[in-house]
Design a protein around this ligand. Structure first.
Ligand code: AMP
Length: 475
């Protein structure tokens, strides 16, 4: 994979490979930046050191990832949208050799360069670490090896049929959703077309950008497509070249597929499934409004089992937990104490117990929700317990319960934290929210409701239903 990327960078210097803001970059530009960073890192780091790369989709971020990869250094992407306190936790956990701010480019921005001839990354080396929400109240780092990534990209090239395309990016580089749109262009001589966070916030800018992109292939979450579909003008006239959308990251509904077909009658929709721990995705299928929305079939070097709590195999139509075994299963969490019970060996293969529920029919997988309190909200993976732990760590809070409010279709419309304060404490929900905003990304910030008591149900468990009914009543 890295050989091919290096070959493409060197041999097709005039290919446009990256678009961000108003700027297009060629392979030659990206290659020169990469060579310069490679030289710098070679002097300052050893193989398998960890380097945090901070920024927001800058070309230099891409160049730094590549330089690290060629040298066998593990990169850890950290987007600027991650709040300071969380960034500090990530730095503490990573213990990086270097932190590179990809917006500070003085030391790489020159015309002279030395060609890269040696690639040091090996299959078992940790290629990147992506941090995701953790149920212990801390973000957890998922380690993905070069072998994992190679297997993912070979499979993605097979199922996506991309070549000389324009590939649209949605996610920032600290989410594993971006792995597909990051590496596919480098391998298929395509252009990586970036949509920055400020553009995403402004629909009129966003739609202009979508039109200008001429994108033929897009990687996105269903939530993002649903957001775009709110506007009638998200259609073939806006994006006449758009041939394929690769979905991943959350449940794709029939409603979304049907609507997309109305707006783009010739579109190919691929539904793929997988957790960050198993390198972007491990199953896929093409879906249409006339087919069942399944997760499809596993990639060839991965086995998917549906198991019960004793790891016994379930029969067709019986719901159990998805266990993923084989080449995509990552090296485990950076904090090894979290691995037990999640990263296991099954049938003598490295395996991961996902917490996802599903059943199989004729080998095809049907998604059936989660076993635990992990949710997907606006396409983001969130452990409700992470928010709860932060709240419970505050000395003026007696107890908190974080839950979600859903609409009639079962879609989450907000996260709500019910908070009981210690006696005689006088603090507003605004102040509590401000505290959370320093620690959590904006998509994890709940609505705060201060309550007098946290009710229990007949089983002695928190009565979330009663709490939620309370707020409906208030409204
Ligand atoms: P992440 O690690 O952020 O990619 O989130 C992984 C989780 O997203 C999985 O464990 C599932 O719960 C959910 N997920 C990913 N893809 C799908 C899909 N196609 N359908 C339903 N849920 C999905």
């Amino acid at each position: 994979m890295l050989n091919k990327i290096l070959y493409n960078l060197k041999n097709y210097p005039d290919d446009l490979c990256y678009h961000i803001g108003e700027k297009d970059y060629t392979n030659k530009d990206l290659y020169i930046y990469t060579c310069n960073i490679y030289e710098y890192l070679k002097e300052h780091c050893n193989k398998q050191d960890k380097v945090i790369v901070y920024g927001h989709k800058d070309i230099y971020m891409k160049a730094t990832f590549l330089a690290c990869s060629f040298l066998g250094i593990t990169y850890v992407p950290v987007d600027v949208s991650i709040p300071k306190m969380r960034r500090e936790r990530i730095i503490e956990k990573t213990c990086p050799k270097l932190i590179i701010d990809a917006s500070i480019t003085a030391f790489i921005d020159n015309d002279s360069y030395t060609d890269i001839t040696d690639i040091y990354m090996q299959d078992d080396d940790v290629y990147y670490i992506i941090f995701t929400s953790g149920s212990t109240g801390e973000p957890k780092g998922v380690q993905i090896t070069y072998g994992n990534l190679k297997s993912c990209m070979n499979w993605l090239m097979d199922i996506s049929n991309v070549h000389n395309d324009v590939i649209l990016n949605q996610a920032n580089f600290s989410f594993d959703l971006s792995v597909a749109d990051f590496y596919l262009p480098l391998l298929t001589r395509s252009m990586h077309y970036i949509i920055e966070k400020d553009t995403q916030k402004d629909f009129s800018l966003l739609f202009k950008e979508l039109h200008k992109s001429n994108a033929s292939f897009a990687v996105m979450t269903p939530s993002y497509a649903e957001l775009l579909l709110l506007d009638k003008s998200f259609n073939m006239d806006l994006m006449p070249q758009l041939k394929t959308i690769l979905f991943c990251g959350e449940k794709l509904s029939k409603k979304t597929v049907t609507k997309l077909y109305e707006h783009f009658p010739d579109i190919v929709i691929i539904n793929s499934y997988g957790p960050t721990e198993c390198t972007f995705a491990v199953t896929s299928t093409v879906v249409t409004p006339d087919t069942d929305i399944t997760l499809g079939l596993p990639k060839p070097d991965v086995d998917i089992y549906i198991v019960n709590d004793n790891l016994e195999l379930m029969n067709d139509y019986e719901t159990g937990e998805i266990l993923i075994a084989g080449a995509s299963v990552g090296k485990g969490y950076l904090d090894e104490s979290l691995n037990a019970g999640a990263f296991i060996r099954f049938k003598d293969k490295p395996s991961y117990l996902t917490g996802d529920l599903a059943y199989k029919v004729n080998g095809k997988l049907y998604y059936a929700g989660r076993k635990d309190r992990q949710i997907k909200y606006k396409g983001y993976r969130i452990e409700l317990r992470e928010i709860e732990s932060l709240l419970n760590g505050l000395d003026y809070i007696c107890q908190s319960v974080v839950t979600v409010n859903t609409n009639k279709d079962g879609d989450i419309n907000r996260i709500i934290a019910f908070v009981k304060l210690k006696d005689s404490i006088n603090i507003s929900s605004k102040e509590i929210k401000a505290y959370l905003e320093n620690h959590l990304p904006s998509y994890m910030i709940p609505v705060i409701k201060i309550v007098d008591k946290i009710p229990l149900n007949e089983n002695g468990k928190t009565d979330e239903k009663a709490l939620l009914e309370g707020i409906n009543y208030e409204r």
